[in-house]
Design a protein around this ligand. Sequence first.
Ligand code: CA2
Length: 150
Amino acid sequence: MTTVLVLNGPNLNLLGTREPETYGTATLDDVEKSCRAVAAEFDWDLDFRQTNFEGELVDWIQEAAEEQRSGELVGVVLNAGAYTHTSIALADAISGGDVRVIEVHISNVHQREAFRHHSYISPVAAGIIIGVGVAGYPLGLRALHALTDG
Ligand code: CA2
C-alpha cells in the first residue's frame, strides 16, 4: 500500500490551544483526521507526525527519501514551522534525497513579519500551499495525488 507522510515541526502540537486568530481553533488531531479522510479516498496509508526537534525532521526526511525511492511513499506534506525560515539542513535533506514535498503553512506568512517571508523549503518543494488555514493539509495530499496520478 502507498503511504503518505505528513510532518509537522516545532510548536504545532499547540495548534488549537493558543493564538486562534493566527492559526484557528482546530487541533493537530483534527488536522490528522482531515488528512486521514483524504488518504482513504486515494487508498493511501497515512503516517502523521510532529516533532519539536530539527534533527528528527531531517531523519524523517532521509527515511522518506528511501521509501519514496522504493515506491512505498508518494511524498511528504511538510509544515516545518519556524524551521522553514532557518533550516538549511532540512532543505539539504529534501533536495539531497529528491523528496517530493508539498510545503504547507496555515497562516499567510507573507502578511506577517519579514523574517517569515523567506523559506529555505520553497526552492526545494514540489508545491506550496500557504494561508488557507488547516485546509492546506488535506489540499497538500490532493496536490501529491495530482502530481503523481493526475
Ligand atoms: O503558518 C504556519 O503554518 C507556520 O508554519 C507556523 C509556524 C510559524 O513559525 C511559521 O512562520 C508559519 C509556527 C507554528 C506554531 O504553532 C502554534 C500554534 C498554536 C499556538 C502556538 C503555536
